[in-house]
Design a binder for this molecule. Structure first.
Ligand code: PAF
Length: 274
């Protein structure tokens, strides 16, 4: 696996590489990321992973500084997974001057996670477009655990006519149902035991809707209440239409339930398609 930090070196290494598939990450890789790499291998000839903790998508009070950085272990995992090139720029490589031109996503950036993390999706869309411009992939893979992020990137790619196929990778879960996430590492042993409750609540909502319940507000509130009783502080539990993440209108039955909740100091997100 070749490793490049500079944009010029990566571009030189990529010249002549056929059908490129990009898997952007912020590192601290786990089995969820590796499953995205495996999908990338199926979809293309040259698999490029990136590791970059993107300051633009963190608010000043968030965990940018403490975000786990495990570069050597990540390289070993990517190499074993068959990645051809790793792009691992420093901040000076990717943002040699202040990034004043940004991608401003539409209203979707202000709902759900965007309501609680203002500016987050602007930061994500900006770095992803920049990575796309540098790597010029024919396809890119993003995890469905970050459901709203995947939608922002899909919509950006379509509306800006980027010639890139966006592939959504299924969420990988621990045996007890907890979605794998780099932030799970922040959980204490007790919190780790409690953490699967979030997915259990989402599954209960899915089961209730399948059983014919149509009062989604009641289901959302019941989940928020159950989480609060177990010590969680919930930002949202929301049943939404899969097509645009707006509330259900009764006719579109393709739904998804999304949640963000804090257990101690750790904010976990998850979702489940209905
Ligand atoms: O999902 C992530 O890890 C990040 O948001 C991404 C897509 C790599 C952009 O920084």
């Amino acid at each position: 696996m070749q490793i490049h930090a500079s944009v010029d070196a990566l571009r030189a290494a990529l010249s002549g590489c056929r059908h490129r598939v990009l898997v952007p990450t912020m590192g601290n890789l786990h089995a969820g990321h590796i499953s995205l790499i495996e999908q990338a291998r199926v979809h293309g000839d040259t698999v490029i992973a990136s590791i970059f903790v993107n300051r633009l998508q963190f608010a000043p009070h968030e965990d940018f500084d403490s975000y786990p950085r495990t570069f050597a272990a990540d390289c070993a995992k990517l190499e074993a997974a068959g990645v051809d090139l790793l792009f691992a720029p420093t901040e000076a490589d990717l943002y040699p001057e202040p990034q004043e031109y940004t991608v401003e996503p539409p209203a979707i950036q202000n709902i759900l996670d965007g309501e609680f993390r203002p500016g987050h999706f602007r930061g994500v869309a900006t770095v992803v477009l920049k990575l796309f411009n540098i790597v010029q992939p024919q396809a890119a893979v993003f995890g469905k655990k970050d459901y709203q992020q995947l939608m922002v990137i899909r919509n950006m790619t379509r509306q800006l006519a980027l010639p890139i196929t966006i592939i959504g990778g299924e969420t990988v879960r621990a045996d007890d149902g907890l979605a794998l996430s780099s932030r799970n590492g922040y959980l204490s042993p007790e919190e780790r035991t409690e953490a699967p409750r979030l997915y259990r609540e989402l599954n209960q909502i899915r089961a209730a809707i399948h059983a014919g319940e149509s009062d989604t507000l009641k289901l959302e509130n019941a989940a928020i209440f159950a989480l609060a009783a177990a010590g969680w502080k919930t930002d949202y539990v929301a049943v939404r239409q899969r097509s645009d993440l707006t509330p259900p209108n009764g006719s579109d039955r393709a739904l998804v339930v999304l949640a963000a909740s804090r257990l101690g100091g750790t904010r976990l997100i998850d979702n489940c398609e209905i």
